[in-house]
Design a protein around this ligand. Structure first.
Ligand SMILES: [Zn+2]
Ligand SMILES: [Zn+2]
Length: 240
């Protein structure tokens, strides 16, 4: 009845559709091209064949096992993320989650080592959530959890200090802020609740990797947690 009164329109082609992205437009979103860094998932364009890691991963090991992103950070994909994040377009999470599920199915490590993992959304600050009414990473995580039939655990919190938008900060400032911003929820620190050995952190965008590193580090402090993988919807293309 509601869909008759308010028919869903595809965000991109504006044709009526079941989700806010029609199957053709979803399939047409540019995926992350190969080759990629086997650790952080960075696009390795212009590097010699057989190169396994990007220069940043070769210099400094990551706390997570691997990070992978579904979509390339082109203008169209970044605009979808922007709408999801800032324009109350949380309905886009359900429309975009199949791209994350596709990434999962095409990533051998996630199907083997992380087959029984729980999904953990990257938290946002309380201020952001109160302002926007939702956390876009959590919306994506719950939509993905439904598709993959995996449990979703909110295990982290983000310190509620307004640093301003991370996008305006330098890579070094982001790293410093991120490392001090994320903490496990007290119930997990005190052992009132426990987590599975393997966790998959879910976020909307991977930019410098500072958030992924900080959240992985926080999760790996908890008893019982052995490995963390990271998946994000979009890979912003900038040097880390
Ligand atoms: Zn469409
Ligand atoms: Zn890398």
């Amino acid at each position: 009845m509601l869909s008759w009164i308010y028919p869903t329109i595809c965000e991109l082609c504006h044709e009526s559709a079941e989700q806010s992205l029609c199957p053709d437009c979803l399939a047409g979103l540019e995926r992350v091209p190969r080759p990629i860094c086997l650790y952080c998932g960075a696009i390795l364009s212009g590097t010699p064949a057989g190169t396994e890691s990007c220069p940043a991963c070769a210099r400094q090991p990551r706390p997570f096992e691997l990070a992978r992103s579904a979509l390339r950070g082109n203008e169209c994909n970044m605009q979808l993320i922007y709408k999801l994040k800032y324009h109350r377009a949380n309905y886009l999470a359900a429309a975009l989650a199949p791209a994350l599920a596709e990434l999962w199915h095409h990533t051998p490590e996630l199907n083997s080592d992380f087959a029984t993992a729980a999904l953990v959304p990257v938290p946002t600050t309380l201020a952001h959530e109160q302002l926007r009414g939702y956390n876009q990473a959590a919306e994506l995580t719950h939509a993905l959890g439904k598709l993959l039939k995996r449990p979703v655990i909110h295990a982290l919190q983000r310190r509620d200090t307004d640093y301003g938008s991370q996008t305006r900060l330098s890579a070094t400032q982001r790293r410093q802020n991120a490392y001090h911003a994320f903490h496990p929820l007290p119930a997990y620190v005190k052992g009132h609740r426990t987590l599975p050995e393997r966790l998959v952190l879910v976020d909307d965008v991977y930019t410098t990797g500072s958030t992924a590193r900080a959240c992985s580090h926080a999760l790996l402090q908890l008893p019982g947690v052995k490995q963390v993988a990271v998946i994000t919807l979009v890979r912003a293309e900038m040097r880390s």
